[in-house]
Structure formats: C-alpha cells, structure tokens
Design a protein around this ligand. Structure first.
Ligand SMILES: O=C(O)CCC(=O)C(=O)O
Ligand SMILES: [Fe+2]
Length: 255
C-alpha cells in the first residue's frame, strides 16, 4: 500500500490558514495570538474540508447537474453528495472483503491494478448509507431509467499505481442498450477520464476527453449510451496520491 490517507489529508497543501484580516475580525476572545488562531482554524478547516467531523449521510439530489457528452451519452455530477466521506472510507477499508484479482494478458497472467469487491442483487451492502444511496438513486432516476439500481461493485485504488484501463461497462445489457452507472467516491480524489469510443476502422469520435476529479463523497452518473459510445478510465498517476474507494451502482444484467 502507498501513502496513507491521513498523511495526505494532513499535508500543508490542504491547509489554508485564513487571511490576517479575516482572522482579526472573527478572533474569539479566548484565543490569544493570531498565530494560535490561524493554527486552530487550519485544523478546523482541514477537518471540515475532509469531512471528518461530519455524520455519514446523503445530501438531497436536487443540485445534481447534467453534462451532455454527445452521441446520446451524458454524465450527471453532484460533488460532495455523501457527507462523512472520510469516516465511510475508513469503514469500507476494513468492512469490505477486498479481493486481489489476476487476469490473463497476452501470454502472461497479470495482477489487476486495484482491489475489488462485488455485491450482487439482494446482498447486504457494507454500510447502510450505501443502501440509502442506492434507493435514492433508484428513486431519482426511476422515470428515466425504468428499473432500479441493483448491484454494487467496489474498487479500491491503493495509490497512484492503481488504475482502471479504458473500457465501457459493456458486459451484458450495457453493450446493447442504454443504461446508467452511478459512482460514489470516497478517499482521495482521482481523475476519471471519458472519451468517445474510437470508431471501428480508426478515427476517434471527435469530441475531446473529459476529465472529472472524483473523491470525498462525489457522485457521478454515466447515462444514455455512455457505456457503448464512450469509454472511461482512471489512469495511473506519478503524483503522490492517497487511496480512493469507488462504489458503482448498476442495474440487473450490467457489469
Ligand atoms: O473508479 C471508478 O470510479 C471507475 C471504476 C469503473 O469504471 C469500473 O469499475 O467499471
Ligand atoms: Fe467502468
């Protein structure tokens, strides 16, 4: 395993002490020096920014925003949908029976560069908030999707060396019809990239690659023809990167 989440969360990059002016204006009487106050505020800001003092829960889905990608594909995004994302990350890390998998690649067998877990329809999810998330998503998209989200796949990217290569979730019905895949991410953000599927016989579909950073409770839903006409990836990164867990809700017969 690589850099621990706590090391990354505690790094000075994330600590933005308030400006002197703001500090003077709001300075509580029991804190004597500006320096002490700035220190206290940066600690508070870190815990607020990283959700460590928040209850694990969900915000309403009303603020979700759609981006049309083209070719019948779209993505919906709601940053910070899940509150208490750090606490959920800690819970999932220990509560989920993570599996290391291997796959044949050409003449060799290689390690899949992430840990995995799968919860089929009817299986109890590893935290009640994930059951709530699945029902909230099923309710929100009922009219458009016409069926509920049933399964949950989990990926654990231990550090920047873990990744998922370009693909569409095209096994089963995702390869032939429109569907939705909803992703909730906790832990350190990673970039999820989307690009049009290269046309058979060469030529990429024209539109530019879309990059979306996902972590800390963010929700991204891929919909319409996204699994067939576009592909997505979480590329490796050489930057020091803490761990991230992605939870993907899918419909029956899609993987
Ligand atoms: O890590 C993510 O959010 C994406 C995972 C993914 O695309 C998949 O498991 O099919
Ligand atoms: Fe995928």
């Amino acid at each position: 395993m690589g850099v621990s989440r706590r090391e990354v969360s505690g790094s000075p990059v994330h600590a933005h002490p308030p400006s002197g002016r703001a500090a003077t204006r709001h300075r509580p009487s029991h804190i004597r020096s500006i320096r002490e106050y700035a220190g206290a505020m940066s600690t508070h800001l870190q815990s607020t920014l990283f959700g460590s003092t928040e209850e694990i829960g969900l915000r309403p889905l009303t603020a979700i925003r759609r981006t049309v990608l083209g070719e019948g594909a779209w993505i919906d995004l709601l940053p910070g949908w899940l509150t208490g994302a750090d606490a959920l990350f800690d819970h999932l890390l220990t509560a989920v029976p993570w599996r290391a998998e291997q796959r044949p690649m050409y003449e060799r067998v290689v390690d899949v560069p992430r840990l995995l877990a799968h919860y089929p329809r009817g299986a109890e999810l590893p935290h009640p908030v994930l059951e709530q998330a699945r029902s909230a998503l099923s309710g929100h998209y009922a009219a458009e999707l016409g069926e509920p989200f049933t399964t949950a796949g989990l990926c654990y990217y231990r550090d920047g060396r873990d990744s998922v290569a370009w693909h569409g979730d095209r096994n089963g019905r995702g390869g032939t019809g429109d569907t939705m895949v909803a992703i909730v991410s906790v832990g350190e953000p990673r970039s999820l990239l989307l690009r049009p599927r290269p046309a058979p016989g060469g030529g990429a579909g024209g539109a530019a690659t879309v990059r979306q950073s996902l972590g800390h409770g963010d929700l991204l839903v891929m919909g319409g023809s996204c699994q067939r006409t576009w592909e997505h990836a979480v590329p490796k990164t050489a930057r020091p990167t803490g761990p991230r867990i992605s939870v993907q809700f899918r419909c029956r017969g899609v993987s």
